[in-house]
Design a protein around this ligand. Structure first.
Ligand SMILES: [Zn+2]
Ligand SMILES: [Zn+2]
Ligand SMILES: [Zn+2]
Length: 273
C-alpha cells in the first residue's frame, strides 16, 4: 500500500496565489519542495482523496491515469479540497473508454449537496454517498471510516481512516480532535501505520477550538493517540496542509520537527507502507 501526497498547501497555495510576502518570495526563489499546491493525495493508484482545482496538474506531474481511479473520498466542500466542476469532464464527449465506468464518491454532506445541485439527475457516471461521522463503508479492498472534523460547520466535514493492507489516518482539514474521535479510535482498536495531520498553522498558536492545527496541537494529538495504543514506534507521522502564514519553507520545517520524528510532506512525496 502506498500513499502519494499530490498537493500539500492550504487554500492559498505556497507561494500563495496573489501574495508577495517574504515567505512566498522565498518559496519562489528556492523552488523545489517549497512549491506546494492545493491539498490532495492518492492511495495506490485507485483511491483519490479530495479534488482541488490543481487535480489536473497533479495527474500530469505524477503520471496518474484519472480514468483508472475507482474511488474518490472528499473531506469537505471548501474549494481547495473540492472543485466539483472537474467531475463534469468525466463523461462523453470529454472522457472516452474509461477503465472505471462509474466513480464511487464518499463525501461530507456539504460536498454531496454540491454534487446533487450540479449533476442532479443527469448521468455523469458518478455514484455519490454522503457519510456521517463514524460511518464505515467497504470500497473494493479498502475499508473507509469517516470521523467528524472540527472544521467548516454546516458542511459535515470529515476526515478518514483508510484500511487496505495497512491503515492510514488522513486528517485534513481539522482542528484538535473531538473527544468522541479519540473514544472511537480507542474502542475500535485501530492502529495506524501512517498518520497525516493538519499543520496549517505550523508555529502560529492555534486554539483547540479552532479549525486547523499547528505543531503544538499535532504533538498533543499524537500523544493522545499513543496513549490509547493507536500509534506505535513504526507509525509514520506526516505533517501536511501548510499555509504561507506559517512560513513552510521545507528545509526549515524539517529542521523544526526533526527531534519529533515527523516527516514533512511535499508535493510528490510517495510513502510505501
Ligand atoms: Zn484546506
Ligand atoms: Zn505569502
Ligand atoms: Zn477547509
Amino acid at each position: 500500500m502506498k500513499i502519494t501526497f499530490l498537493g500539500t498547501a492550504a487554500a492559498e497555495g505556497f507561494p500563495a496565489v496573489f501574495c508577495n510576502c517574504e515567505y512566498c518570495r522565498e518559496a519562489k526563489r528556492l523552488g523545489g519542495k517549497n512549491i506546494r499546491t492545493r491539498s490532495q493525495s492518492i492511495i495506490n493508484d485507485d483511491l483519490l482523496i479530495d479534488l482541488p482545482a490543481d487535480t489536473y496538474s497533479h495527474f500530469l506531474n505524477n503520471n496518474i491515469d484519472g480514468d483508472a481511479i475507482k474511488y474518490l473520498i472528499v473531506t469537505h466542500s471548501h474549494p481547495d479540497h473540492f472543485y466539483e466542476k472537474e467531475l463534469g469532464m468525466r463523461h462523453a464527449p470529454f472522457a472516452k473508454n474509461m477503465r472505471t465506468q462509474r466513480l464511487k464518491i464518499y463525501c461530507s454532506e456539504g460536498a454531496a449537496k454540491v454534487i446533487q445541485e450540479m449533476y442532479g439527475n443527469e448521468n455523469y457516471m458518478l455514484d455519490c454517498m454522503a457519510l456521517k461521522p463514524f460511518d464505515t463503508v467497504v470500497a473494493g479492498n479498502y475499508e473507509i471510516t469517516a470521523l467528524p472534523a472540527r472544521h467548516f460547520p454546516g458542511d459535515g466535514s470529515l476526515f478518514y481512516i483508510i484500511t487496505g493492507e495497512k491503515t492510514i489516518l488522513y486528517a485534513h482539514d481539522t482542528g484538535y480532535f473531538y473527544e468522541e474521535v479519540f473514544d472511537y479510535i480507542k474502542d475500535s482498536k485501530h492502529t495506524f501505520d501512517l498518520v497525516s495531520l493538519d499543520c496549517t498553522n505550523v508555529d502560529i498558536p492555534a486554539s483547540d477550538e479552532g479549525y486547523h492545527m499547528g505543531i503544538d496541537n499535532i504533538t498533543r494529538v499524537l500523544k493522545r493517540l499513543e496513549g490509547i495504543g493507536a500509534i506505535h514506534n513504526k507509525t509514520q507521522k506526516v505533517i501536511n496542509h501548510f499555509s504561507h502564514n506559517g512560513n513552510p519553507i521545507h528545509h526549515r520545517l524539517e529542521e523544526r520537527v526533526k527531534d519529533y520524528g515527523y516527516k514533512v510532506s511535499y508535493d510528490g512525496l510517495c510513502i510505501e507502507l
